[in-house]
Design a binder for this molecule. Structure first.
Ligand code: SF4
Ligand code: SF4
Length: 200
């Protein structure tokens, strides 16, 4: 014995009532019935949906700029930042005449996120220098095969139609916008078409 703090545990004999389990059953039913009259903690998902915070980290979106061109330049910083190694991409050179499709000279011809690997940490969003990737308040729906969880550009890139674009303004809090204005840390050299001055 290393210390004097040990106690000998004596197994208490159960009484006859306890051995019949009647008090335990009645007590359990009392608790169950008491919950009938309380407000339910659950909802009938997916028919009913809870409101989500504007900064909830759900399914990603690859954003377009004001003119509808894809913002992603396939720099790979999101993939490097991703702790789950969920992002893969293939870069391609923009050809003449594709200026309206892709904002930069390089773009992602393939961009995939494995939603089974993703832990929705948001580091890809933070790492992106082009404000191209954001997490949204949308839930990744369940499905039956693993392949269906590999989301490509057909799912990730937002529609060209401005009315159907994914609103991420709630994610751009005052603190985030202030940070991006800083000349040294400004993420986006071509923010809204204007060249920001950088220190480097
Ligand atoms: S949210 Fe996190 S885990 Fe998911 S793709 Fe982005 S960096 Fe990777
Ligand atoms: S989403 Fe952003 S960080 Fe990722 S490859 Fe595109 S531009 Fe780079």
């Amino acid at each position: 014995m290393l210390t004097n703090r040990s106690e000998i545990v004596v197994k208490k004999e159960m009484s006859l009532i306890e051995r019949l389990y009647i008090p335990a059953i009645l007590n359990g039913m009392r608790i169950t019935f008491s919950h009938f009259f309380k407000k339910k903690a659950t909802i009938n998902y997916p028919e009913e949906k809870r409101p989500f915070s504007g900064v909830y980290r759900g399914q990603h979106v690859l954003k377009r700029d004001e003119a509808g061109a894809e913002r992603c330049t396939a720099c790979g910083l999101c993939a490097v930042a991703c702790p789950a190694e969920a992002i893969t991409m293939t870069a391609a050179e923009r050809k003449k005449g594709e200026e309206t499709l892709y904002r930069e000279e390089k773009y992602a011809s393939i961009y995939e996120i494995n939603m089974l690997r993703c832990i929705f940490c948001g580091l890809c969003e933070e790492a992106c220098p082009k404000e191209a990737i954001f997490l949204t308040d949308r839930i990744v729906p369940s499905t039956f095969t693993r392949d269906e969880f590999i989301y490509g550009k057909n799912i990730l890139v937002e529609p060209v139609d401005k009315a159907k674009r994914i609103d991420v303004t709630k994610r751009q809090t005052q603190a985030v916008l202030e940070f991006k204005k800083h000349p040294e840390f400004a993420h986006n050299k071509l923010y809204d078409g204007k060249q920001l001055k950088q220190k480097h």
